[in-house]
Design a protein around this ligand. Structure first.
Ligand SMILES: *Cc1c(COP(=O)(O)O)cnc(C)c1O
Length: 388
């Protein structure tokens, strides 16, 4: 039998981290101690009260069946209450919220509801790869909006050719941003709403890092902007806020027609998140939020140690006000891949080459603050000693 993969799979962009994964294993197999600043996955455990809520819910046979409509609704209602408290945004839990099996799931599925083969979507570069992948799987094509330092890593909407803006169906945005750690201003979001209205573009804002911010800074929601709910939606996740990446629970909120379209795709593909996980998610959103302050304090400490060390070596980067990423310019004479390779093979420090997030990421590496401060200090010492 001749098994052949579909064109949509065969034409996927090459996985740029494959070579890095191979080298990492090679270095590890030589017995070298590896400090992994590569993966954006919190190393801290899920807070106890959320685990307890899951344990109780897992014991209840009512939660062993397909999630019920009301079970789903209880979580959505909690999402609406959380939006109200956190951002002052009012949502109709029945029409304007959908529960996701992690926000990645919703991001990947959303284009299936709105993109026809041949359609265009606007996607940042560098970016979380799932935006472009979701558009490809729906048969669409991404127009990449470069995020450059000179424009504070915000897309320059005025540079998008009018024929592209005219035919674009949707736009993905992500602030606080992975991988650049940039944050969006209210003025920028206002210009996005105007642009989207003018060109009839659905805006999908990914706010996975809205709670991971430092020095008293509180990122805004896209839905806070006047008119935002009439042009788009916002994706959210419990993954980063509550150290729940493995639990697979997130949500999207905003325009009821957009939420409805995503919901229609989902109801034909999955049957919702495990109800016990939704109940634990309710506990996360409405319970004591001191665990979130704790998470921010820990990452801020790590950030300060790493930023200070990196700057002392003469490398350039912006101090992140949010996210657990440092977006660092590579030194003279190196490419992203070359510098990543140098740090790994000479120092045992794993970082991510910026071009893995898109061609505009060339010239940068990303470090994630996902090891404790002793290991971060050790990484700084090693990089200092190997030099570059
Ligand atoms: C981590 C991350 C998410 C969250 O993904 P989940 O599927 O909810 O775990 C979403 N967007 C970006 C940009 C991320 O980095």
């Amino acid at each position: 039998m001749n098994i052949e993969r579909s064109e949509r799979v065969k034409t996927l962009p090459p996985y740029l981290f494959k070579e890095l994964d191979r080298k990492k294993e090679e270095v590890r197999s030589q017995g070298i101690d590896i400090i992994d600043l590569g993966v954006g996955d919190p190393d801290l455990p899920t807070p106890e009260h959320i685990i307890d809520a899951l344990k109780r819910a897992a014991e209840d046979p009512a939660n062993h069946r397909y999630p019920s409509y009301t079970g789903m609704f209880d979580f959505n209602e909690q999402v609406a209450l959380w939006y109200r408290r956190r951002f002052g945004v009012t949502l109709d839990a029945g029409q304007e919220v959908v529960t996701l099996i992690g926000s990645k799931e919703g991001i990947a599925h959303l284009p299936l509801a709105f993109i026809n083969p041949g359609d265009t979507a606007l996607v940042p570069d560098p970016a979380y790869p799932v935006y472009d992948i979701g558009i490809r799987f729906a048969g669409g094509t991404s127009y990449f909006m470069s995020l450059v330092k000179e424009n504070d890593f915000l897309p320059d909407l005025s540079s998008i050719p009018s024929d592209v803006a005219g035919k674009a169906k949707l736009m993905f945005l992500n602030y606080p941003n992975n991988p650049t750690s940039a944050v969006a201003t209210r003025e920028f979001f206002e210009s996005v709403v105007q642009f989207a209205r003018k060109h009839n573009i659905i805006v999908c804002h990914d706010a996975a890092y809205s709670e991971m911010a430092f020095d008293g800074f509180s990122p805004i929601s896209f839905l806070e902007i006047d008119g935002a709910k009439s042009v788009g939606i916002e994706f959210h996740s419990l993954s980063k806020t509550y150290n729940m990446t493995g639990w697979r629970i997130g949500f999207a909120a905003g325009h009821p027609e957009v939420i409805g379209g995503l919901g229609q795709i989902k109801s034909n593909i999955d049957s919702g998140a495990f109800q016990a996980v939704q109940i634990a998610g309710i506990e996360a959103l409405k319970g004591d939020q001191s665990c979130v302050d704790n998470m921010r304090r820990i990452y801020a400490e790590r950030r300060d140690i790493l930023v200070e060390g990196i700057r002392k070596m003469g490398l350039r980067l912006n101090l992140p006000r949010a996210t657990f990423y440092l977006w660092i310019e590579v030194p003279e004479g190196y490419t992203s891949a070359g510098f990543t390779d140098h740090l790994l093979t000479r120092g045992g420090v794993v970082t991510t080459p910026g071009n893995g997030f898109g061609s505009a990421g060339e010239g940068y590496i990303r470090m994630a603050l996902t090891v404790d401060k002793k290991r971060i200090a050790e990484a700084v010492k090693r990089i200092e000693s190997i030099g570059f």
